[in-house]
Structure formats: C-alpha cells, structure tokens
Design a protein around this ligand. Structure first.
Ligand code: F6P
Length: 556
C-alpha cells in the first residue's frame, strides 16, 4: 500500500533514485564543461547569489527534485507555516518566527488575534531599554552607567545573538555610549569565571536569557552572577533591579527568580529557541548595533520571507538550497555537510547553523509517528574557510568521505575605510580570501584536472586529488544587518523545506529532554555519601566512572 506519509513512496522519489544511477555516477569534471551550466544552476535575489553549478546534478535532476517538492505539497506547507497554522504538531502550536520580522502596521491574524500588535509593543519596550543604556542613563547601584553587558543563555538563547553580534560588530552606532557585549553559556562556569575576572560589578548588567527560564546551564550561571554581585556590591534587592534584565516566555518564572517587572522582556511560546534571535532574545544584538540596525536585520529576513512565500519554486533560493541537500543526502548518500564562510566576521555562523539544522531536523520519526526509512539531517560542522584550509581540508580533498560544502562569501568589503593605504591593504586581503574561496570549490569539483598538466609525468598516488566533492556557493554583495538577516532566514527556510520533504517536525526537540532529566539524578549520585548504594542504581560503566569521581583524591 502506498504510504503517503513517507516521501520514499512517491513517484518522483523513485525517479530520483533512477536519476542517481545515471547522473550520480558522473564525475563533476565531466558535468562542468557545459557553458550554460552556471546560468542554468544559479539564481539571484536582492543581492544574494545561490550557485548550485558545482553540485553533482543536472538541470533535469533539479526538475525531478522540484517535482518531489510539488508531490510533497511544499506550497501548502509554506503557506501553513507563514499563516500561523500549528505546524509544530507535537506541541500543537505555530512556529511564527517569521511574524517577528513583519513591518509595523502589517497584520497577521492567528486564532482571532493580530499577533503583530504584541510583537511591535515588545520591540518598543526593547527600544526603550536599549536607548536608556546607550544614553548612559541605566545606572548600576553605585550610580555609574553600564559599560558591560553579559548575556547568560545557552542554545538558541546564546548562539544566534553571539553569531550576529560578532558578525556585525562594525555596525555599532555613532553617538552612543558604547557598551561591551559578552556571552557566557557553559554549565561548568568556565566562560563566566573568565568574564568576571575582567568586569567591574558596578558597571555590569546581566541579561538572563532563557525561553523556559529553567534551563539548568543558564540558571546556574545566573545564580553565580547574582552571588558575585551581592558579594561585591551588597544590596540584593537593588542588584536585581539595576543589574539584571530577564528575557523569557514565562513572567512567573522571571518574577519568582527576582527579575523586576520593568526589566522583563517577554516572548511567545510559538517562537522556537533556535528561531528566537528576532525576538527580545536579540537584545544583545540591539545593544551592539542599535535598534535601527536590529530593524534592518529584521527587514532583510522579511524580504527573504516574502521571496520564500511568493517566488515560484524553481527560482526560490531556500527551496533550491534545500533540494540540493536532499539530492546529496537521500540519493547520493552524502551524509556530511561542511559550512565554510570566507569572512572572519561569520566565525560563529557554522555553530549557529549546527543547532538550527541538527536540532531541527535530527529526527527519525515522521509527523505521524512512523519511523522514517530514509536519511534526514546530515552531520553538519564548519569553520572559517581559510582557517579550515589549514586544518580539515586535507580530508575534503584526499580523505574517503564525500562531503557537501557551503562556501559563503561577501563580494565587497572594507569600502568604509577612509585611509587609502589601509583600505588598499585590507582590500588586498579580502581579494586573497575570495580567491581562496573560489579556488577551493573549483579544486574540490575538478580534482587534479583543475591544474593543467605541464609534462607527461603521472603524479604519485599520494598527490592525487580525486575531486567530485559537491559544493554550493552563496555570495552576498556585502555583509550588513540587512544581508545577514537574509542569509539567516535563507537557512531557516531551507531547514523547513527539508523537513517538509522528509515529513518530520522541525520545531520540537524531544531528543534533548531525557539527558536533562538523568543529569539531575546523576548529580545526586555525585553528592551522595554512600558510594556502594549510589552505584547500584547505574549501569556498570557509569557506576565505574561515578566511583572514580567519588574516590579519586586530588593529586598533590
Ligand atoms: O536543550 C535544548 C534547548 O531547549 C534548545 O532548544 C534551546 O535553544 C536551549 O535549550 C535553551 O533553552 P532556553 O532558552 O529555554 O533556556
């Protein structure tokens, strides 16, 4: 019987399997000869270029992939997402991060409520806080203005803001009292300890950033920060009022912990953690680039949302990016994916995408609860391309694993530098970086054929480059709040499209829950007096490790 919940039963899936037997066996070197290839396999939108011409596919393959998207009713699913249907079916709620970037005045009615009204109100409150801090009017309890802000969060309450703050550090507005933004996420306290060494408690403000306001990692960092401030400054009540802002989905929990009501920024349960940088979770971003910059970030994402909603699938950038991934994962069996930005400002972009993609689509049951019989999210990792060239590109060029790579680069950089000589130096460096980006993707595609043979000598086997590694090139005109907003939204929608094809729910993360629970029981065991009794509750391997921790004394 045809099982419609699995795409693997669809006619286009079968056609793609047949296509893989043909095209999948051809070397990229042979495919790349076609003069029309770049034109046929690349698309532009609003300063973005998506180039699939180094993917192991032909225009016909793309047609079949688009048929698969049609058969999976992608158009309807996109509409459901954007109109606030409960697409997160295991938690019975919408996933409305796209609503967070709606322009003021645009309405979105969900269950009888125009959600944009509360979104705009939240942006207003955020703006007031940001302006107060930037004007030097937010004072610590000794009366000094705030100079440093530490974001305490983890996962989506850390990775998105961290990535954007780093990427857009050059966009700090003029005419404000600048504040330094720091991040601490690790449960062991090591990042926080490092930060506290350098900070002045009198001028430091903490953002306790957690959708649930109960994640133990963030809670323990926030408790440590609170004790540090009490220890240094004394008055707990005033400290909570003047040195902490809370960002969460739960007023009750923020109030219970002690966050003053006027310092609470709220967001909604229909914003997933890894999709939340557009909400008040983006407060560190707004502090870094100002509210105007933050609104530019939202505007870029909104432009991409509109493109996603209205462009035909064949010209739709997130759809094409997603489909090329589906081709690699499900038909060419390529299960590793590297993210390689050629711009140091995008240092944390691979980390951010790791959560976005793997926490969203690292699933193995369909929306109806059946096991999938096809691969879903690949193993994703990445690093700044130029640095990775000196680290793991060896494996890409000569290892045994096939890896799909995303090369990401801006075309223009350093235009704003005033001194001509300094500008020339830095632009030379940017040109070098671009050249490396284009050279590496070419070498991965062609292998040895990238370099003309000067003599008849055969290279030694250890010098061979086999090529045929697929890659996508994504170019932005220049990195700005607007283009970064586009880039992030592009990947968010790519993840959604892949989930739609695989018929999985990208908006829940049940696979992280059990670990949290059993960590608590394990902590109790580490506190226990009676080692023997403690060990009995655990498997032999874990008991052995627990006993080791409980009995090992510190070496002198
Ligand atoms: O444990 C995973 C997770 O729930 C992520 O989905 C989320 O981004 C992160 O933890 C942080 O959650 P919270 O913002 O509720 O502290």
């Amino acid at each position: 019987m045809l099982n419609m919940s699995r795409p693997s039963t669809l006619a286009s899936w079968y056609a793609l399997e047949q296509e893989a037997k043909q095209t999948g066996n051809r070397h990229l070197r042979d495919m790349s000869n076609n003069e029309q290839r770049f034109k046929e396999l690349s698309r532009h939108f609003d300063g973005l270029l998506l180039d699939l011409s180094k993917q192991r596919l032909e225009p016909l393959t793309l047609q079949l992939l688009l048929q698969l998207a049609e058969e999976c009713q992608l158009g309807t699913k996109i509409h459901d997402l954007l109109s606030g249907q409960p697409v997160n079916n295991s938690e019975n709620r919408p996933a409305l991060h796209t609503a967070l970037r709606l322009p003021a005045g645009e309405e979105l009615w969900v269950e009888g409520v125009d959600v944009n009204l509360s979104i705009q109100a939240s942006l207003e409150k955020m703006q007031q806080l940001v302006e107060k801090i930037h004007a030097g009017q937010w004072r610590g309890i000794t009366g000094l203005p705030i100079t440093d802000v530490v974001n305490l969060g983890v996962g989506g309450s850390d990775l998105g803001p961290l990535m954007v703050c780093h990427a857009l550090a050059d966009f700090q507005p003029k005419n404000i009292t600048p504040v330094n933004i720091h991040f601490a996420s690790t449960i062991d306290g090591s990042q926080l300890a490092e930060r506290l060494k350098q900070l002045n408690p009198a001028t430091t403000l903490f953002i306790f950033s957690s959708k649930s306001f109960s994640t133990i990692d963030t809670l323990s960092n926030a408790n440590t920060a609170r004790h540090w401030l009490i220890d240094k400054l004394g008055d707990e009540k005033l400290i909570l009022k003047q040195h902490f802002i809370g960002v969460s989905g739960s007023v009750e929990k923020m109030t219970q912990w002690g966050i003053a009501q006027e310092n609470q920024l709220l967001f909604w349960d229909w914003v997933g953690g890894r999709y939340s940088l557009w909400s008040a979770i983006g407060l560190p971003i707004a502090l870094q680039i100002g509210m105007q910059g933050f609104r530019q970030l939202l505007a870029g994402a909104h432009a991409l949302d509109k493109h996603f909603a209205t462009s035909p699938l064949t010209d739709n950038l997130p759809v094409l990016l997603a489909l090329s991934g589906i081709w690699n994962i499900n038909f060419l069996n390529i299960r590793a994916h590297a993210i390689l930005p050629y711009d140091g400002r995008l240092k944390y972009f691979p980390d951010y995408l790791t959560q976005l993609e793997m926490e969203s689509n690292g699933k193995s049951t369909t929306r109806e609860g059946e096991p999938v019989d096809y691969a879903t999210c690949p193993v994703l990792w990445g690093e700044l391309g130029p640095n990775a060239q000196h680290a793991f590109y060896q494996l890409l060029h000569q290892g045994t694993e096939a890896v799909n790579c995303d090369f990401i680069a801006p075309v223009h950089r350093y235009e704003e530098i005033e001194d001509p000589e300094t500008k020339r130096q830095f632009q030379d460096q940017h040109r070098l970086s671009l050249a490396n980006c284009l050279a590496q993707s070419r070498l991965l595609m062609l292998g040895d054929a990238a370099v003309p043979k000067l003599d008849a000598d055969q290279p030694m086997p250890h010098m061979l480059y086999r090529g045929n590694q697929p890659s996508t090139t994504l170019m932005i005109n220049e990195l700005t709040p607007y283009s970064l907003g586009q880039l992030i939204a592009l990947y968010e929608h790519k993840v959604f499209v892949q989930a739609a094809i695989w018929n999985i729910n990208p908006f829940d993360q049940w696979g992280v829950e059990l670990g949290k629970k059993i960590a608590l029981a394990t902590e109790q065991a580490l506190l226990a007096e009676d080692q023997q009794a403690t060990s009995l509750a655990f498997d032999p391997s874990t008991s052995g490790l627990l006993n080791h921790c409980l009995t090992t004394t510190k070496q002198p």
